[in-house]
Design a protein around this ligand. Structure first.
Ligand SMILES: NC(=O)c1ccc[n+]([C@@H]2O[C@H](COP(=O)([O-])OP(=O)(O)OC[C@H]3O[C@@H](n4cnc5c(N)ncnc54)[C@H](OP(=O)(O)O)[C@@H]3O)[C@@H](O)[C@H]2O)c1
Length: 234
């Protein structure tokens, strides 16, 4: 996400400083952070951890974001843009440890010293096969009958760049794709289209069926999910 947004902004004439681990910047350890933020107007926070363990995810998202906010304020940053996930704002985004991390991250941004925009997105199209793997148990995929409204990555990249170019904090906004599915149908159709023979078994939803889709106003992407013929939710 970060490199795609950087490329788009650079093609619009914006100077972008890349601040990830590969650049020698570590927001958990605090290494290289003041140098990376020197002269920066806007932070686009697309930090990520691969940990789904609750404590590790909370420590990562809260720790990195608090460091970024505090050092950003010291450096004179005027806008903190955070990429979050639809459902996290309601605080009831399932029992997945990763989501607790995102809740803590949003809280850190809201309590932090910088004016902010939180962009909450639904799952990216390309993330749907990963979602299938995350729900795989004993060779089958156990998918809850929950609503899901995936969005094209490029449309989200454009939105993040647009928010950065506007240079004015917008508070909170949500973005989702144009079509709503049930997760079990979406995973079944996606696996079948890629020749993946794993069976998708429908399991009951643990929480509200609409936890992963916008409940209020949102920006709707136009790009359709690339696998066609999957039944839409009513
Ligand atoms: N997947 C989805 O469907 C979805 C939906 C909505 C929102 N999101 C959100 O999108 C965001 C970005 O996701 P992504 O897929 O682009 O993540 P990603 O490919 O894993 O990239 C994460 C970035 O964080 C950097 N990073 C990790 N630990 C760091 C540390 N301690 N200090 C400094 N930099 C660190 C990495 O740097 P290096 O590259 O140098 O290692 C990398 O640039 C996440 O916050 C995620 O919650 C995802």
């Amino acid at each position: 996400m970060g490199s795609k947004v950087a490329d788009l902004l650079e093609s619009n004439g914006v100077e972008v400083v890349s601040g990830g681990l590969d650049d020698g910047v570590d927001y958990l350890e605090g290494t290289g952070v003041p140098e990376a933020l020197e002269g920066v107007h806007t932070i686009i926070n697309v930090l990520n951890t691969r940990s789904f363990d609750k404590d590790a995810a909370v420590a990562f998202f809260e720790g990195t974001t608090r460091t970024l906010s505090a050092e950003g304020a010291r450096a004179g940053v005027e806008h903190h843009i955070l990429l979050s996930i639809v459902g996290v704002g309601q605080g009831d985004a399932s029992d997945v440890g990763y989501y607790f991390g995102k809740v803590a991250q949003e809280k850190a941004v809201k309590e932090g010293p910088l004016p902010y925009t939180i962009v909450r997105s639904t799952q990216f199209h390309a993330y749907v096969p990963v979602l299938a793997d995350q729900h795989a148990v004993d060779g089958e995929v156990r998918a809850p009958r929950e609503l899901i409204q995936p969005v094209a990555l490029d449309e989200l990249v454009s939105l993040l760049a647009e928010v950065a170019l506007a240079r004015a904090p917008l508070g909170e906004l949500e973005v989702a794709g144009p079509e709503r599915y049930y997760m079990d149908d979406l995973l079944r159709g996606t696996l079948a289209a890629s020749g993946d023979a794993r069976e998708v078994v429908t399991v009951p939803s643990h929480g509200p069926v609409d936890v992963m889709v916008p409940r209020g106003e949102y920006r709707m992407g136009h790009e359709l999910y690339p696998v066609r013929g999957i039944p839409l939710a009513d």
